[in-house]
Design a protein around this ligand. Structure first.
Ligand code: GLV
Length: 310
């Protein structure tokens, strides 16, 4: 019987689906059970590298229960004929919702205002106190126009925002119209956005796409939102841009060296900092676990994976 290894606790419905296929191991001590594993269910915090694969000679599928897969050595998997899957679509809405929450928080200075209240500094309504920025009539720039980027664009329209985007591939005209978004070159995205929201995958090409040079070219008083991957941004340069301009604020859910947060970010009142919770709703996390389990089920029963990564 196949041995299925999981690095995280699975919901009952996933266990019911997988139990008939063979014994299940993990999450406790999962690394020690890889020698006869045929399937691995894992997360973005699990490095699936050549060393781990070397300990799993029978492995047939790595089923990520997340959408990003930069933590998996895909070349090594391909060379061994191991299928790699992820969980697209099921977390699009939750992540786009959180991007809007961070956008609102950054533009209205919610974290700083709440901290000030908790510190006993709210002495009554003040006409010029706690001023943020309007969303309406502002330009939202989206870097990476996949499913989540498009969902953010659709959410921004009812707030009266103009949407521009830059993606490696331009959307077909119908999708562009549905998202209400205009394609621009990367330089135009950087120089025209009042708020820039990141939704690109982390690849060697996108690492530090938002570096000191790009940050310097952003509009005075603009904002950055990152719900994608921390390393898209040079975090030290971001701290400088928030401290000395041109940025007025930021909303961050992801960091360059999680779980470490750059100390400069922790010191700044104009940044909302969340602990990587983009997809963290009960419904969404359950769908992610179930999709990973269904991918394992498909491959171990001789079918095609539902959501293989390219
Ligand atoms: C979460 O960050 C994911 O990649 O699904």
């Amino acid at each position: 019987m196949a041995r299925i290894v999981t690095t995280f606790p699975l919901p009952d419905a996933a266990l019911d689906l997988l139990r008939p296929l063979g014994s299940l191991a993990g999450p406790e001590g999962w690394r020690e059970t890889m020698d006869d594993a045929e399937a691995l269910l894992c997360l973005l915090t699990d490095r699936v590298d050549a060393e781990l694969l070397g300990r799993a000679p029978r492995l047939r599928i790595v089923a990520n229960a997340v959408v990003g897969y930069e933590h998996v050595d895909r070349d090594a998997c391909r060379a061994r004929g191991i299928t790699v899957t992820n969980t697209p679509d099921v977390l699009t809405d939750a992540t786009a919702d959180l991007a809007m929450a961070l956008l609102l928080s950054a533009m209205r200075g919610l974290s700083g205002a709440e901290c000030s209240l908790r510190a006993g500094e709210f002495h009554g309504w003040g006409f010029w106190d706690y001023l943020g920025a309007d969303l309406s009539q502002k330009t939202l720039g989206i870097f990476g126009m996949g499913r989540i980027g498009q969902a953010v664009a659709r959410r921004a329209a009812p707030f009266g925002m103009r949407v521009i985007y830059h993606s490696r591939t331009r959307l077909p005209a119908a999708d562009e119209a549905a998202a209400g978004a205009e394609w621009v070159e990367f330089d135009g995205l950087i120089s025209r956005s009042d708020v820039l929201s990141l939704h690109a995958p982390l690849t060697p090409d996108t690492r530090h796409a938002i570096d000191a040079d790009a940050l310097r070219r952003m509009r005075p008083g603009s904002f950055l939102v990152n719900t994608a991957r921390g390393a898209l941004v040079d975090e030290a340069a971001l701290v400088d841009a928030l401290r000395d301009g041109p940025l007025a604020g930021a909303g961050l859910d992801v960091y360059e060296r999680e779980p470490r947060i750059h100390p400069g970010l922790l010191d700044l009142p104009n940044v909302t900092l969340l602990p990587h919770v983009g997809s963290a709703t009960r419904e969404t996390r359950t769908r992610m676990a179930m999709l990973a389990a269904r991918n394992v089920h498909a491959v171990l029963t001789g079918g095609a994976p539902l959501t293989p990564v390219p």
